[in-house]
Design a protein around this ligand. Structure first.
Ligand code: NAD
Length: 494
């Protein structure tokens, strides 16, 4: 990838964005639009449709009609697979265009965006395309005078609501398995990161997905997201985002048709470093990237660093050095390693968490401030706060920014106690050369994923999800397919 290719793409104007309902780009029913801001320099990139409740209802009706007439659900698995593979190929062919477009409204550094956004989305679409004709029902071991069949059927209409960090990657985690098994989908992207998802859906249609099977409604969560949550005609709602919104979705479900709701929520993930870690320098660099990549806007970010007291000072110094050498700035400049915070509101919230940390006794080891304000963009220095008590606000609340809180411990049992002392349970890391300790920690830490002597690695073949208030249900892997299918028993007297 050349800088000049990126620069050409970033200079291209972005057309006003519309809703995608029943295969057609349409304006909001009341003509409403909202500005799309660039976190790179605060400029207005374009406008997008501010959908209404009527628009959401129309999209759900289109999805229902498409599902019921079988234009996608009743196609043979081989045909669905062909369309989805073509879709993955189109995403690959347009990878740089998609990545740059996504960075322009969400601010992720381009090196990471290219892999994590179109790269991951294409991989996910391909994975579920390949899986969809390998899903079998069952014959149950009943008595001889009965034949009991267990069918797996699509649920019908799936509603998907996604956040602004990694919109394409997370969007594909929902869209690909839902569509693979024959459902129709309505997608609600985040207010501040919709561009790449609208393009992703256009490519699905170019690949041959019939109209109405995938609809996109942009707009405010409290309006179109709520309308989706309260709909009587959405069968399953899949969500990635914050805890408070997740809670609302459960309430909407209870107030409407008891739709199944799967939540992928936040985290406050502990990265635990023992003095016997195999390579402390490497651990420090990885710990820094584990929180600072994408400006900390990563659900599994290792935002709590628990360090054994005997190595605390030297390890924190090494993490500080790693943080200070990161080049922050324009996310579309290939030389930069950390891009922009997604919105000014998020940046100000990050800074207020830092103030709170100091008020509660923490000390800033590095960072703590806004940088590059003269660009008009939203940038924050990678920040390390030491002396964070396990019950301090920044040890308990998700910040979703480039802020690392450090807490020291003296025994393994204390490390486990502190690690498990939040409401969350999404990810964790442990660094040790002691194999028994590593296994013990894997069992003792309450989280959906735990990394040993690394942090943040993943793959489409393994599930991602949390425990506790990090949510339920899993994205990725074959396990994710279960969310999008119903079991139906046929009991046949012979
Ligand atoms: P958010 O909850 O504010 O918004 C997420 C989505 O919900 C957006 O599309 C928004 O428009 C919509 N929404 C907002 N209010 C709504 C309402 N009342 N009804 C329906 N929809 C509504 O979250 P965010 O700030 O965009 O995303 C960051 C959060 O996502 C963090 O907490 C992060 O940890 C989490 N996250 C989790 C994972 C995971 O896999 N567990 C992955 C990425 C991000």
């Amino acid at each position: 990838m050349e800088q000049s290719q990126i620069d050409t793409l970033r200079a291209m104007p972005v057309a006003p964005q519309q809703l995608l309902i029943n295969g057609k780009a349409v304006p909001a029913s009341d003509g409403g639009v909202m500005e799309v801001l660039s976190p790179i320099d605060g400029s207005v990139l374009t406008t997008m449709a501010r959908g209404t409740k009527n628009d959401m209802d129309a999209a759900i009706a289109a999805a229902r009609e498409a599902y019921e007439d079988g234009r996608w659900a009743k196609r043979s698995p081989a045909e669905r697979k062909k369309v989805m593979i073509r879709w993955a190929e189109l995403v690959e062919a347009h990878a740089l265009e998609l990545a740059v477009l996504g960075v322009r409204d969400n601010g992720t550094e381009i090196n990471m965006a290219l892999k994590a956004e179109p790269g991951s989305a294409a991989g996910t679409i391909r994975y579920y395309a390949e899986a969809l004709d390998k899903i079998y029902g069952e014959i149950a071991p009943t008595a001889d005078d009965v034949l009991a069949l267990v069918h797996k059927e699509p649920v019908g209409v799936v509603g998907a609501i996604v956040p602004w960090n990694f919109p394409m990657m997370i969007g594909a985690w929902k869209l690909a398995p839902a569509l693979a098994v024959g459902n129709s989908v309505v997608l609600k992207p985040a207010e501040t990161a919709s561009l790449s998802l609208i393009r992703l859906a256009e490519l699905a249609h170019e690949a041959g997905l019939p109209p109405g099977v995938l609809n996109v409604v942009t707009g405010e969560g409290a309006v179109v997201g709520q309308a989706m949550g309260l709909s009587m005609d959405v069968d399953v709602l899949v969500f990635t985002g914050s805890g408070p919104t997740g809670r609302r979705l459960l309430e909407y479900s209870a107030q409407s048709n008891l739709k199944r709701v799967y939540l992928e929520l936040g985290g406050k993930s502990p990265n635990i470093v023992f003095a016997d870690a195999p390579d402390l320098d490497e651990a420090a660099k990885v710990a820094a990237m584990g929180i600072f990549r994408n400006s900390g806007q990563v659900c599994v970010a290792g935002s709590r660093l628990l360090v054994e007291a005997s190595i605390h000072d030297e390890f924190v110094a090494a993490v500080g050095r790693a943080a200070e050498t990161l080049r922050i700035g324009d996310p579309l400049d290939l030389a930069n390693q950390v891009g922009a915070v997604n919105s000014e509101q998020q940046l100000l919230q990050n800074l207020s968490f830092v103030e709170k940390a100091i008020a509660e006794g923490g000390q800033i080891a590095t960072g703590g401030n806004r940088v590059l304000q003269e660009t008009g963009g939203y940038y924050m220095a990678p920040t390390v706060v030491t002396g964070v008590a396990p019950d301090a606000t920044i040890a308990q609340k998700e910040i979703f920014g480039p802020v690392l809180g450090v807490t020291s411990f003296t025994t393994q049992e204390e490390a486990i106690r502190i690690a498990n002392s939040t409401d969350y349970g999404l990810a964790a890391g442990v660094w040790t050369s002691n194999l028994s300790r590593a296994h013990h920690m894997v069992r003792a830490i309450r989280s959906g994923v735990i990394h040993v002597n690394t942090y943040g690695g993943s793959d489409g073949t393994v599930p991602l999800g949390g425990v506790g208030q990090s949510g339920n249900g899993h994205d990725k892997s074959l396990h994710a397919l279960d969310k999008y299918m119903e079991l139906k028993t046929a009991w046949i007297k012979l």
